[in-house]
Ligand binder design. Sequence first.
Ligand SMILES: Nc1ncnc2c1ncn2[C@@H]1O[C@H](COP(=O)(O)OP(=O)(O)OP(=O)(O)O)[C@@H](O)[C@H]1O
Ligand SMILES: [Mg+2]
Length: 310
Amino acid sequence: MTTDAGTAPKTRRPLLELAGLRKEFGGRHGTVAVDDVSLTVGEGETLALVGESGCGKTTLTRLLLRLEQPTAGTVRFDGQDLGALAPAELRRLRRQFQVVLQDPYSSMNPRLTISAIVAEPMVTHDPEARGRNGRRQIRERVGALLESVGLDGGIQDRYPHEFSGGQRQRVSIARALAVEPRLVVLDEPTSALDVSVQARILDLLAELQQRRGLTYFFVSHNLAVVQQVADRIAVMRQGRLVEVGEAAQVLRDPQHPYTRQLLDAVPVPDPRRGRRARAAAGADAATAGGTGGGSGGAGHGGPATAGGGR
Ligand SMILES: Nc1ncnc2c1ncn2[C@@H]1O[C@H](COP(=O)(O)OP(=O)(O)OP(=O)(O)O)[C@@H](O)[C@H]1O
Ligand SMILES: [Mg+2]
């Protein structure tokens, strides 16, 4: 039995609703990067968007974050049409949706300390954070955030170049969480990382989602990653969604020939093997002195420099 595939499961309250979204670049004879996309993402779920390079995934995320204006269609967040909001209202709503990108380094000012990087969205969104009391509070909040992503709270005065790719991705996750968003858009968040580091970041994301009730819009071309994280999968081809459905269903029994083609190109391991492989990667992480433990488990001894090169 197939229901309307673009609709969020009935048990979840819709948080993000895209309707008829279209984005053209370069005028009349330009590119149609996003073409009539309608999709609902329920609160607390992970929607994975897959598709080959250039199919429009990042453009779609930029539309839903309102970093780009759609040529047509609407984005509703928690029932509010982003296109109908006054700038001040949009700014206020913005803190509820944050983004984590593939290459955190390129989005970090190398001259800012970790503290300033993580605190930046708080300072932007919270005027009280700018006063002297605010500064002390910010240090406390940044410390707690760093620990919640498995880093030592004491690294605040250090700089991004001192950390590995995985650690920098943890910093950018901490920054995204600083304003307590409800939706986090993750655009290929682990694609630049080694497989073992990738597994640890995915575990961290799962833990944070559970603890904070986050909704993830997760872009990836890696179906093995998608299989681990997704509740539902949306398959994009040349700007259009060709298939949307429950993750297990799409992976086991793809309906669209293009999805079948994608799956054939990258065989997805059977789920039980996948879980075991993940558990093994987690064990490696723990023995490597990484961040495997619970929050605040970073302890002493500078875990910021443990577990990998720079
Ligand atoms: N600012 C822009 N101006 C003109 N064309 C653009 C712009 N941004 C994206 N495009 C075009 O839109 C299409 C979709 O690009 P997009 O970056 O969204 O793809 P993608 O699925 O994220 O690819 P990748 O997997 O490589 O990241 C491409 O043809 C791209 O060249
Ligand atoms: Mg992209």
